[in-house]
Design a protein around this ligand. Structure first.
Ligand code: ADP
Ligand code: GLC
Length: 487
């Protein structure tokens, strides 16, 4: 099966969140399943720089009269051993040659021409399904998140005409980011007028890329079974729950996995000391090294709570702030790595200043430090308001840092709460709380301390987590079965 994966980010070339981790791991995992997968990406500088020996396969004109060249080559940084990942990259400097964040300017404002930048991506996918590269024609297009969500609409328009019908899968990584634009931009998209309708991509008078994906994809998937259910409710449907309920028969949740070549404490080159489930000596050393590195008091006994996250409303960070005293009064420490919302950045900076040695805040994005944090942390905090899947709780599990999460989305699907029953049957892997409020969260913090004091139980829970697979082979199998059913 020739499958084209379309996304705006790909680890390790360009990443703003979990989407990149998934887009970077899935192609090699599909190749390992015998699937002929290639990727399509916008030509951001970091992505073009990762394309080896590019050749020009063709070009196409955009609806607003710009010409986009499609380059092809291997992406060695994404390849895994014999599973070489080949990619098509759009060369359109006018659209993509901007440094920094791929979606917004230095003032954190979305680029005014984002609809054009990502419409080009959608049309490129449709062209690659219809012969732009004479040597390889996609039999199915699998696009990810709103940036790639126009692809199913472009394909549907093409499917209505001559030529082969090409099915599409659209994966929602986060329904909260929809790519909504003013209606006067519709003309730039090159789609027929009927697409701007309630049955198409019209969204409260505006145009929504997300909705285009949901309306036109042959199949919709999202990144955990729980989130697939939650987005069909008004609470989590972001205004699209009606549409999603209507498409429930073509909607499923496939749980994300962990890329073992990147996130494995036994081989992780970012860690000062490597370790595994049989020997956790390295873990203790990493904790001391981490405390020293970030300016926390080096103290083996103090439970170290950590957060690695975008600082946004989604991630439940106000709860982390509200529960800080609960951690400090019991002798714990808190380390936060993240950036985003200015108010949250300021609030954590303030706490770090007020509690030097006990609270540390590293503002920014630091891939290597993120690894060292999971390597040295005792408890990974993910108290999200909503969470399509969440990867950091899985990284915490793999690295022997017990996750403390809210029972929502993928967090509910990946972490088993610790109680007498789950301790007894050895399924307990973390601390899970139910309601998004400070009381429930604080209670969970107290339970984490209680578990920490019961060392043999603590070790057992930690070891259960470290043994969980979250392997890409089984996730990729789910995707290939899905593709098979659609082609
Ligand atoms: P989301 O995609 O919603 O941000 P995920 O948990 O799925 O959440 O994925 C987040 C990814 O981004 C993880 O790989 C995490 O380690 C990484 N990450 C988030 N913030 C930072 C940061 N400030 N520095 C380094 N890595 C980060
Ligand atoms: C999104 C979600 C996150 C998920 C990631 C990868 O960014 O917020 O929960 O893990 O995509 O699918």
């Amino acid at each position: 099966m020739r499958i084209l994966q379309v996304s705006a980010e790909i680890y390790p070339l360009l990443k703003t969140g979990g989407l990149a981790d998934i887009a970077g791991a899935l192609p090699a995992a599909l190749l390992a399943q015998g699937c002929d997968a290639r990727v399509l990406l916008p030509g951001f500088p970091a992505i073009l720089a990762g394309l080896q020996d590019p050749v020009r396969v063709g070009s196409f004109g955009t609806p607003w009269g710009e010409s986009v060249t499609v380059l092809f080559g291997e992406l060695p940084a994404v390849s895994q051993g014999e599973h070489k990942v080949y990619g098509y990259v759009l060369q359109a400097p006018g659209l993509y040659d901007r440094p920094g964040n791929p979606y917004e300017d230095a003032n954190k404002r979305p680029y005014a021409d984002n609809h054009r930048r990502f419409a080009a991506l959608g049309w490129a996918a449709a062209h690659l399904a219809h012969g732009l590269d004479p040597l390889w024609r996609a039999e199915l297009v699998h696009s990810h998140d709103w940036h790639a969500a126009l692809a199913p609409a472009c394909l549907a328009v093409w499917n209505a005409g001559q030529g082969p019908r090409v099915p599409s899968v659209y994966t929602i990584h986060n329904l909260a980011y929809q790519g909504v634009f003013w209606p006067q931009n519709f003309g730039d998209l090159g789609l027929p007028g009927h697409v701007f309708s309630v049955q198409g991509m019209e969204y409260f008078g505006q145009i929504s890329f997300m909705k285009a994906g949901l309306s036109y994809a042959s199949h919709i998937s999202t990144v955990s079974p729980s989130y697939a259910r939650e987005i069909q409710t008004p609470e989590q449907g972001c205004g699209l729950d009606g549409l999603l309920r209507g498409r429930a028969g073509a909607l499923s949740g496939i749980l994300n996995a962990v890329d073992d070549t990147v996130w494995n404490p036994a081989t992780d080159a970012h860690l000062p000391h490597r370790f595994d489930v049989r020997n956790l000596t390295g873990k203790a050393r990493n904790k001391a090294a981490l405390q020293a590195e970030v300016g926390l008091t080096v103290d083996a006994e103090a439970p170290l709570f950590t957060v690695v996250s975008r600082l946004t409303e989604q991630k439940g960070l106000p709860l982390v702030l509200a529960g800080l005293q609960e951690i400090l009064s019991r002798g714990g420490q808190l380390l936060v790595l993240g950036n985003g919302d200015t108010q949250l950045e300021q609030a954590f900076a303030l706490q770090a200043k007020a509690h030097a040695g006990l609270v540390a805040f590293k503002m920014g994005y630091d891939e290597s430090l993120a690894h060292r944090i999971f390597g040295g942390s005792d408890i990974t905090l993910v108290p999200s308001l909503f969470e399509p899947c969440g990867l950091t709780q899985m990284y915490g599990l793999k690295y022997g840092s017990i996750p403390l999460v809210r029972r929502v989305g993928g967090l509910a699907d990946t972490v088993t709460d610790t109680d007498l029953e789950t301790l007894d049957d050895q399924t307990a892997s973390g601390i899970v709380f139910n309601h998004f409020n400070a009381d429930d969260y604080r209670r969970a913090i107290r339970r984490a301390f209680a578990l920490y004091r019961r060392r043999s139980d603590w070790n057992r829970v930690r070891q259960t987590g470290m043994r969980l697979a979250f392997d890409w082979a089984s996730a990729a199998q789910h995707y290939t079965n899905l593709y098979q059913s659609l082609i």
